[in-house]
Structure formats: structure tokens, C-alpha cells
Design a protein around this ligand. Structure first.
Ligand code: PEP
Length: 260
């Protein structure tokens, strides 16, 4: 993606907060925190699914849209506890996070991630495909990890379908640890992901895909990750539950988009 593309800021609330009223308060406070902004960034929140319909009622002024944190690989049927893509679409979900490291850790294989990605893209929703290494070794093996996660998930995905894809580079060692990738590390990986996509789809295909960064993004590192890392936005866990900080990151991103 070019630097002028609209940055994408996604908040992943995971299994938080514990009640609908607290979730509503976060959205109301985000709206207040964003009052009067120049709305250059696209804002998406991935709350727990039971909250989505109520939160949508509150999300008007700043055009916040909603994502799901996961989806079933199956379309429908005898899968107790699962949620299918048509159900997500019918409640207005536009994006789905696929292959988050917390799910990969809990036994989600590359094959399952691929099946879910195909389900999302096949239904013309946007998949936010998470890739990331568990640790960094000095031999650079983490590049191989990223490449194999990408090629496994994207096998058989056509170039036309890339418009439904966002890649989130989320090094596992940076998630929830307070230790973010440096802007230089983010930039290096962004270039590497573009190279893998270019090898698969050519440069034009690769440039259709937004590459966002996730892993301990806060209001004190967001500007450098955008300016030096040149990422197209963020996938944010912890800081997205703090309305004031989330709004502040969005404003930083708005400023960046305006002057990039
Ligand atoms: C995440 O869970 O996707 C994430 C990036 O979390 P955090 O921002 O808390 O590191």
C-alpha cells in the first residue's frame, strides 16, 4: 500500500470487557475522545460478538465499524459454539480477524486458518490475516515462519480477492508484553511481506494489500511505527480498551495520514 492509503486502526478487545454496559461506555468515550477530529483513518473495533448489535447503535458519529475476532471454518451445521460467516454478515460485520496467535496457540493449524480465510474472502468480507513469529533468533528464521504462514493461508487465493485481505504482522513476543517491535523491525517485515506477496501475485497485487502492525502499540510508539515503520495501520489489543488512549492513537494516525 502506498503511504497515502487511509490507515486502518483495529481494536481487538479479545474477551473484554465483562459487561455490555462497560463496552458501551468505552465506545461512548472513544466517540467523545475523537470529537472534532479530521477523520482520515478507518476505525474498526472487534468486540466480543454478543455486544456488536448494541454497540452498533452507538457508533454513528465517528463511523466506527465492527469486526469479528474469529469465524467458523464451516458454513453452518452441527458445530456447537461456532459462529458462521453468514451470521456475521447478517449483523453488519465487515471484517474478520483470522489466525490470531492466541488462537494458533490454542491448536489452530495453518490448514484451519486457511479454511477460515477462504470462508471470509469467499463471502466478500475482509480478512485480517495475522502472521508472526514466536521469537526472534539471530539467524533470521523468523522470516521463514512468516513466509510459510502467508503461503499456507493464501494458497489458491486469486489476485482479484486480494482486495479482501489485510495482513497483520503481529510478532508473538510483542503481544501484550509491553515490548513492541521497533519501527525498523516493523519496516523490514513490511517490506518482506510485500516481497512474498509480490512473488505470488506481482507488484500490483501486493500493493493492494494493507499491512498493519500489532504488538504493544501505544500512544507513545504509534507515531514512529507509522512514520518510520510505514505500516498501514495497527491491530491493537490492550490499548484499544482504554478509550482515551485508543482515541489518541487514532488522532496520531489521522495526523500522519494528513501529512504523509
Ligand atoms: C493483539 O492481541 O492483537 C495485540 C496486538 O495485543 P496488544 O496490543 O495488547 O499487544
Amino acid at each position: 500500500m502506498t503511504k497515502r492509503a487511509k490507515p486502518l486502526i483495529v481494536g481487538n478487545w479479545k474477551m473484554n470487557p465483562a459487561t455490555l454496559s462497560r463496552a458501551e461506555k468505552i465506545v461512548v468515550d472513544i466517540q467523545k475522545g475523537l470529537h472534532g477530529r479530521v477523520g482520515a483513518s478507518e476505525i474498526v473495533i472487534a468486540p466480543p460478538l454478543p455486544y456488536v448489535s448494541d454497540l452498533k447503535e452507538l457508533a454513528g458519529a465517528q463511523k466506527i465499524s465492527f469486526a469479528a475476532q474469529d469465524v467458523s471454518f464451516a458454513e453452518s451445521g452441527a458445530y456447537t459454539g461456532e459462529v458462521g460467516i453468514s451470521m456475521l454478515r447478517s449483523i453488519g460485520i465487515k471484517m474478520v480477524i483470522v489466525g490470531h496467535s492466541e488462537r494458533r496457540e490454542g491448536s489452530e493449524t495453518d490448514e484451519m486458518v486457511k479454511a477460515k480465510l477462504d470462508r471470509v474472502i469467499g463471502n466478500k468480507l475482509t480478512a485480517i490475516l495475522c502472521v508472526g513469529e514466536k521469537e526472534r533468533d539471530r539467524f533470521g528464521d523468523y522470516f521463514t515462519t512468516i513466509e510459510s504462514q502467508l503461503t499456507a493461508a493464501l494458497a489458491d487465493v486469486s489476485a482479484q480477492d486480494l482486495k479482501h485481505l489485510v495482513v497483520a504482522y503481529e510478532p508473538v513476543w510483542a503481544i501484550g508484553t509491553g515490548e513492541n517491535a521497533t519501527p525498523e523491525q516493523a519496516e523490514e517485515m513490511r517490506l518482506f511481506i510485500h516481497k512474498v506477496l509480490s512473488d505470488m501475485y506481482g507488484r500490483a497485487g501486493s500493493e493492494m494489500v494493507k499491512i498493519v502492525y500489532g504488538g504493544s502499540v501505544h500512544d507513545d510508539n504509534a507515531a514512529d511505527l507509522l512514520k518510520i515503520g510505514h505500516v498501514d495501520g495497527f491491530l491493537i489489543g490492550g490499548a484499544s480498551l482504554d478509550a482515551k488512549e485508543f482515541a489518541s492513537i487514532i488522532k496520531i494516525s489521522d495526523q500522519y495520514a494528513k501529512f504523509a
